[in-house]
Design a protein around this ligand. Structure first.
Ligand code: FUL
Length: 480
């Protein structure tokens, strides 16, 4: 092709690209500890389903003793396809299963254990729950994760250095044979008591094993390295919630940081360990007939959504299958109602057509209009030396709302330390409707019902120039 034959349209495209490239200033520098690309993708999942299933489903215990006969595990109609389709329809992006709980029973034929599905009567010992679930997840486009309890009440090696090798082989078997695993759950519980067995876990070896077999997997524990426990099992992340934590010198379990720190993270902490909020739809983690009438209400579940996803955390909601091996209708109906409620609340962003303007910005390409463009990677950046910056949203008419959603562009670090939300009154004066601390990946602020034509956000304190990439106003008529 000679120069004269180069299409004029292509030249125009290059010219526009050149001007755009020259006009945009260099992006803000990253600040502090940063998420990996996998942690960012994980955070965007927002809601995953947890399934506690195993001998406890049949005995009614929360913590099995480890001496349960394998005969006890015999679901009459196990249907992982049902779990996956319910999870999908309810808005979950992945499922994490208790492949091995504290009783040591393995839901797959683990070659280093004699306490598994292979020794059970289920499918004449030829069944494999991990195989069925991983296949059901991939069919539904869901991610698949495993909980493999380090504490083991069955394995005779527990309390000796040999147990670490057994545990590594167990990880290898569960992580190496079922396709991609997005999350490995290292539970921190240990009920041995002061006179019980003491296991010195080889954490570096465990981590290296997971990385070798599943390089993209997020590792959960009290102290990461992929994500951290939120410090309680009631579904409540800290109102202040940093994704950063000073975790060096701590270990999962007894050596973990205080729950207070796990709940709120540490401002400017050295590691990126975002919080995961695990909570059960029932009082217990395992299914029990006696709790069929104690499944959380839609209002409770929406409340949990606000205190987890709405507080810069992932929600891991446990929905335990019953003795048939299916999710009980009480739970599945409730889940679908929960999804219906979220759809109803978030169906319309009342700020969608707003015009955004800011007191300052980082420069060309980082203006306030980026906040509402629906593109995750474009954001408003405050000016380099801004002390306090305000973004005003002109709503294109009066709107009534009671939920304010904000998102910080976390790939460059979590920054905002304090912010306010104000609404313009009929006389043109501004009234503060919320004063909060952190934002992080997603923050949903609950306010009284407000009717106004203009809303403004002021970043009062930030560790580095604030970067905001999402804003929404919603009317929740369900939990108001
Ligand atoms: C805890 C365990 O002891 C519970 O049984 C449950 O698995 C919960 C998610 O984690 O530490």
């Amino acid at each position: 092709m000679n120069r004269t034959s180069f299409p004029a349209s292509m030249i125009a495209v290059f010219a526009v690209a050149l001007v755009a490239a020259c006009g945009k200033v260099a992006p803000p520098e990253p600040y502090g500890a940063l998420p990996t690309p996998q942690q960012i993708e994980w955070q965007k999942m927002e809601m995953n389903m947890f399934t506690h299933f195993g001998p406890n489903t049949f005995t009614g215990r929360e913590w099995g003793l480890g001496n349960e006969a394998e005969d006890i595990f015999n679901p009459t109609g196990l249907d992982c396809g049902q779990w996956a389709s319910i999870a999908k329809a309810s808005g979950f992006k992945g499922i994490i299963i208790t492949a091995k709980h504290h009783d040591g029973f393995c839901l797959w034929p683990n070659p280093v254990s004699m306490h598994t599905v292979a020794q059970s009567p289920w499918k004449d010992g030829k069944g494999d729950v991990l195989k069925e679930l991983s296949e059901a997840c991939s069919k539904e486009g869901l991610k698949f994760g495993v909980y493999i309890s380090p504490w083991d009440r069955y394995d005779p090696h527990y309390g000796t250095p040999e147990y670490n090798d057994v545990y590594v082989k167990t990880l290898e078997s569960a992580l190496g044979n079922y396709g991609e695993v997005f999350e490995q759950w290292f539970d921190g519980a240990n009920g041995e008591g002061p006179n019980g067995k003491k296991q010195v876990y080889d954490w570096p070896l465990f981590h290296e094993t997971v990385r070798r077999l599943q390089p993209g997997a997020i590792m959960f524990s009290d102290v990461g390295p992929g994500c951290r426990w939120v410090g309680n099992e009631s579904g409540v992340a800290g109102r202040t919630n940093w994704s950063t934590l000073n975790s060096k010198g701590f270990t999962p379990g007894a050596g973990a940081p205080p729950s207070r720190n796990l709940n709120s993270g540490d401002m400017g902490g050295e590691c990126w360990h975002p919080a995961e909020t695990d909570v059960s739809i029932r009082p217990g983690w395992f299914w029990r007939e006696s709790e069929n009438d104690k499944v959380k209400s839609v209002k409770q579940l929406v409340g949990i959504y606000y205190t987890s996803v709405g507080r810069n955390s992932l929600l891991l909601l446990n929905v335990p299958p019953d003795t048939t091996g299916r999710i009980n209708p009480v739970d599945s109906v409730r889940l679908l109602e929960f999804k219906g409620a979220l759809d109803e609340i978030f169906k319309e962003n009342l700020a969608d057509r707003a015009k955004a303007s800011a007191t300052d910005s980082w420069g060309r390409g980082y203006g306030a209009k980026n906040i509402l463009d629906g593109n995750y990677d474009s954001y408003w950046a405050a000016a380099k030396d801004a002390v306090s910056s305000t973004v005003t949203f002109d709503l294109d008419g009066e709107k009534t709302f009671n939920r304010v959603l904000l998102q910080e562009y976390i790939p460059l670090g979590q920054r905002v330390k304090a912010f306010t939300v104000e609404a313009e009154g009929p006389d043109g004066t501004w009234k503060e409707i919320a004063s909060e601390t952190t934002i992080g990946y997603k923050r949903i602020v609950l306010t009284d019902k407000v009717t106004t034509g203009k809303v403004r956000i002021t970043v009062k304190e930030s560790l580095a120039p604030a970067l905001i990439n999402g804003f929404g106003l919603y009317l929740d008529k369900i939990t108001e």
